[in-house]
Design a protein around this ligand. Structure first.
Ligand code: SF4
Ligand code: SF4
Length: 243
């Protein structure tokens, strides 16, 4: 895409240009972006919709907000931050992408992420599958009973919930108790074998946070605070997030 094709019009909004200046080093000097392309080289979203982080940064710096907002590329970014680590200027491109996402009307954001965020707000479990505390406890105890009775050597396997004072507070991807509960067992066995002092919480155990990916700040904060409170209420020393 050339500058001529983009047609830099006076009527276009340029709200992302200021944000680019904020993430650039040395008081917003775009010349310090060497256009080396290292940010794009390891980006899992590079090439999708003909976009990559370097091009995205340049478009934002040019002030062509309409083009940026009409592309769905911002939603392909995994927020992995590889581009920051690869960049010789450590330019925080994911922050710009997050700001672009938050500029979308909430209801227009990708339905899957939106639904998962909303589901995680339903219960204090923070489960993006909308799993209640009661259902969570039932599944864990059911799977545990099955393993104890059917697998020799694991008669004393434990999967504690709300064990006050446990050292580790373990999160769990909430898809597993819903779709493949037996997938939770290998980690239980490892923790059992090494004698770890751990617990799940009845609250705050959902490991994922789709509200962050949705760029919904208040919902993201609510999920995070619920999780932190669950860890602190049980007095756990280490929050072990497997995501
Ligand atoms: S890695 Fe950094 S300096 Fe290189 S093109 Fe990307 S943003 Fe610019
Ligand atoms: S944070 Fe986004 S833009 Fe950066 S490397 Fe990861 S996917 Fe690509």
């Amino acid at each position: 895409m050339t500058a001529e094709e983009i047609r830099l019009g006076k009527t276009r909004k340029k709200m992302f240009k200021d944000q680019v200046m904020e993430i650039l080093p040395d008081g917003g000097n775009l010349n310090l972006c060497l256009t080396c392309g290292l940010c794009a080289s390891g980006c899992p979203a590079a090439g999708i919709e003909g976009m990559d982080p370097r091009t995205f940064l340049r478009l934002a710096a040019l002030g062509v907000d309409d083009e940026i907002l009409s592309s769905e590329w911002a939603w392909w970014c995994t927020m992995c931050q590889r581009c920051i680590h690869a960049c010789p200027m450590t330019i925080d491109i994911p922050r710009l992408i997050f700001n672009v996402r938050s500029a979308w009307p909430r209801d227009d954001r990708p339905k899957g992420i939106l639904a998962s965020c909303d589901a995680s707000l339903k219960h204090d479990t923070c489960s993006a599958m909308g799993v209640s505390e009661e259902d969570w406890r039932f599944v864990v105890e059911d799977v545990l009973d099955e393993v104890r009775s059917a697998q020799p050597g694991f008669e004393n396997l434990a999967a504690p919930i709300d064990k006050v004072g446990a050292r580790l507070f373990l999160n769990q991807n909430s898809r597993e108790p819903v779709t493949e509960p037996e997938e939770m067992v290998p980690l239980w066995k490892i923790l059992h074998t090494v004698g770890a002092d751990w617990t799940y919480g009845s609250k705050g155990w959902g490991a994922e946070n789709y509200c962050m990916f949705l760029a919904d700040d208040p919902a993201w904060e609510k999920i995070l605070r619920t999780k932190v409170k669950a860890v602190e209420d049980l007095g756990c020393k280490v929050w072990l997030n497997t995501e």
